[in-house]
Unconditional design. Structure first.
Length: 265
């Protein structure tokens, strides 16, 4: 665990647990003990201390904060994401405060999307976050993740509906990126011309060079699949030295060159 992560966890304990309203000397001692265990990277024992506190049936306020902390330890420090999810769900069970509901749902969505690739559950989390009224600050991010979850589920029609809403809104945080994802949706469905058209629109607006290179690589791949070898060769050549894996590009260029020569025979 990095020193920054350790500090983050310690600050969390100080700000939340140590200001709990039903604080007692014993609880104070046990929390400080768990805090020291985290500082010494003894995460499993720290969790045991928290579980022992929970066994005493403290107030819901304390339960919420401890369950969230255990979830963080399991996810961030022990890479046990299924166990982490159990505790984030407990946070939602014991709290009705929007702050905690949002924090826990964000973590559930993140774990299911990034680590477990359970796009169905991730989609449910991001749908819940999008349903908050008034809109949450990270609304655009949740909508983007919702669209990607639908892509992961191969629900291309639904994904495209969401992405087109984002594309139509120039103020959306992922307005430009939505064009790339629309290209990916078409690509997955083997609609090569549609994919190329979407990526061409994306490249005109994207400012990050590494993302432009990736889009050009995919465009070249689509052209190659369509047997437009000249267009594919030119695109691959344009990113030679820019694409992270130079060997891949050189191999593609050699293969296409050989195919073009063979055609002329």
């Amino acid at each position: 665990m990095s020193s920054n992560s350790t500090i983050k966890l310690l600050i969390f304990l100080q700000v939340t647990l140590l200001v709990a309203c039903d604080f007692t000397p014993r609880l104070h001692k046990d929390i400080l003990n768990a805090q020291n265990l985290i500082a010494n990277q003894d995460y499993k024992t720290a969790i045991d201390r928290y579980e022992e506190i929970l066994s005493r049936n403290p107030s819901d306020e304390i339960k919420v904060k401890i369950h969230y902390q255990i979830g963080e330890l399991y996810s961030i420090n022990l890479n046990r994401n299924f166990k982490a999810l159990e505790h984030y769900e407990k946070v939602k069970e014991y709290s009705e405060e929007p702050l905690w509901l949002v924090k826990a749902e964000e973590r559930v969505g993140e774990i299911n999307f990034i680590y477990l690739r359970n796009y169905e559950l991730a989609n449910k989390s991001y749908s819940r976050l999008l349903a908050f009224n008034p809109k949450l600050k990270r609304y655009d991010f949740y909508q983007y993740r919702q669209a990607l979850s639908q892509l992961g589920l191969k629900n291309y029609k639904k994904a495209e509906e969401i992405l087109k809403v984002m594309e139509a809104n120039p103020t959306h945080e992922y307005h430009v990126r939505s064009m790339y994802e629309l290209g990916m949706s078409a690509f997955y469905q083997e609609k090569w011309p549609e994919a190329i058209e979407a990526w061409r629109a994306y490249i005109k607006r994207e400012k990050r060079s590494e993302h432009i290179v990736q889009a050009k690589f995919l465009m070249a791949n689509a052209y190659e699949t369509m047997e437009d070898l000249k267009a594919a060769y030119n695109l691959y050549y344009s990113i030679l030295g820019k694409y992270p894996n130079t060997t891949v590009i050189k191999n593609r260029l050699e293969t296409i060159y050989a195919r073009r020569v063979a055609r002329k025979r």
